[in-house]
Design a protein. Structure first.
Length: 101
């Protein structure tokens, strides 16, 4: 379940506030290597968690990011997974950004 809210100043068309909330249950992440991808490896065991992101843009810039887990998390990360996560985060961030021209 995800909830995204953005508030903008209608006069200037600038975004002044962002509030994102993500609730997840039984999230699992797997990866597999090789041509046939026969042997998947679990990266993240089933987990229940919430992520909260709040940003207020104005004279004072405020950003708040919270991650809350409701179950123990067992996570294994390789350099390949870190590079993929970085690329995904950049792509998601770019999709929410606004271009001022």
């Amino acid at each position: 379940k995800a909830n995204f809210e953005m508030t903008s100043n209608t006069a200037s068309n600038d975004i002044v506030e962002k509030d994102y909330k993500i609730d997840a249950e039984r999230v699992e992440i797997y990866t597999a290597k090789g041509a046939s991808l026969q042997h998947p490896v679990s990266i993240l065991e089933p987990a229940k968690f919430s992520i909260f992101y709040y940003q207020k843009i104005g004279e004072v810039h405020l950003t708040d990011l919270k991650f809350v887990t409701l179950t123990p998390i067992d996570l294994t990360i390789s350099m390949q997974n870190a590079a993929l996560a970085s690329a995904l985060a950049t792509s998601i961030s770019d999709s929410f950004s606004t271009n001022k021209e």
